[in-house]
Design a binder for this molecule. Structure first.
Ligand code: NDP
Length: 320
């Protein structure tokens, strides 16, 4: 079997075009533009790259960015003051504090200082909590899980009643992904570094999401034939042939998995571009809510994007 390759770059390009058109319409209605503040602490090269990519995607979509870089040894008071000033600034509709933070800063304290309505990363403890509670809607869904959901929806991969296995339980990917799939009535298993015999669990998955940050973790024999494999991992591996001396790979051994799975995301060019696209969606949504008092349901971006295909966007019918 040759798996279908889910092209995250092409899907993300469509989302970015959609956001750009929505930003234009927002500006025409309100005379304002959505604004995103980025807070980067320290000089971690990967974090710098991610923040730059997010800023340039914002610029291309017509979203204004406010860039703040603080030294690695900044004290907590200065960070909190900055976040509180951004919280008060009416031109800033979304606040993104790039993780990881230097170890002397308390991630919980700083993320909790972001007002819920500006928490476009969706990492505030209350947003995560609401994601997991039946009958409650979060203000925002973290961008990577949201991007994965959008990919699955776009190609019509069913979720309801399916067995989903997620490798990783982080605040950024694994945990919110599990909570989001639960909302869609998947049967969810979360694995982590203490899970024994990973293969015996992953082989039960109809939908396998690898977000462990371990290159080569998922081999072909760990995948159920016909499963859908979403590779979130972004890992640098040494490659003397590559211009920079390294290349990026996921957590999944791509060639082995592609021979067994029915669909798979590549790395790079899979989940990564969708993560950035969903940040734009969340920022647009933040601006609409704050300026226009527009309280949309949490799946609104999907409903708006694919009007006429709303049936796909609802939880799927249970497996027969
Ligand atoms: P973290 O390091 O925060 O979390 C990794 C998780 O994987 C932990 O829960 C850990 O378990 C688990 N884990 C580690 N080793 C194993 C193993 N051998 N078997 C099963 N589980 C394991 O990473 P993030 O969640 O932030 O990121 C994960 C990966 O996704 C990274 O490669 C990152 O670069 C990438 N990423 C990609 C994004 C994208 O847009 N494509 C966005 C964000 C991240 P435990 O809790 O026990 O330690």
């Amino acid at each position: 079997m040759a798996a279908r390759i889910l092209d995250g770059r092409a899907m993300a390009a469509r989302w970015r075009d959609w956001v750009k058109a929505q930003v234009e319409a927002f500006r025409a209605r309100t005379g304002q533009v959505p604004g995103l503040a980025t807070v980067l602490i320290g000089d971690h090269p990967a974090s710098q790259t991610y923040v730059r990519a997010k800023q340039s995607a914002c610029a291309a979509a017509g979203i204004r960015t406010f860039s703040h870089c603080l030294p690695a040894d900044v004290d907590r008071g200065t960070v909190l003051e900055l976040v509180e000033a951004l919280a008060r600034n009416p031109e800033v509709h979304g606040i993104l504090v790039q993780l990881p933070l230097p170890p002397h800063l308390d991630e919980e304290e700083i993320l909790s200082a972001i007002p819920l309505e500006k928490d476009v990363d969706g990492f505030h403890p209350l947003n995560i909590g609401r994601l997991g509670l039946k009958g409650k809607d979060p203000y925002f869904i973290p961008c990577t899980p949201l991007g994965i959901l959008a990919m699955l929806q776009e190609v019509g991969i069913p979720i309801t009643g399916r067995r989903a296995v997620i490798l990783g339980r982080s605040r950024i990917v694994g945990l919110p992904m599990a909570l989001l799939l639960l909302r869609f009535d998947a049967t969810v298993t979360i694995c982590h570094s203490r899970t024994p015999d990973l293969g015996s669990v992953t082989r039960q998955a109809d939908l396998l999401i690898a977000a462990a940050g371990r290159p080569g973790l998922v081999r072909g024999e760990m995948i159920q034939p016909g499963a859908v494999v979403i590779d979130v991992g972004i890992n640098r591996v040494v490659d003397p042939q590559a211009p920079q001396g390294y290349r990026l790979v996921g957590d999944v051994v791509f060639e082995e998995a592609a021979a067994v799975a029915s669909a798979i995301t590549p790395v790079p060019g899979g989940v990564g571009p969708m993560t950035v696209a969903m940040l734009l969606v969340n920022t647009l949504k933040a601006a609409q809510r704050q300026v226009e008092g527009f309280a949309s349901p949490w799946l609104e971006p999907f409903l708006s994007k694919t009007s006429g295909e709303a049936d796909r966007l609802q939880p799927n019918a249970p497996k027969a």
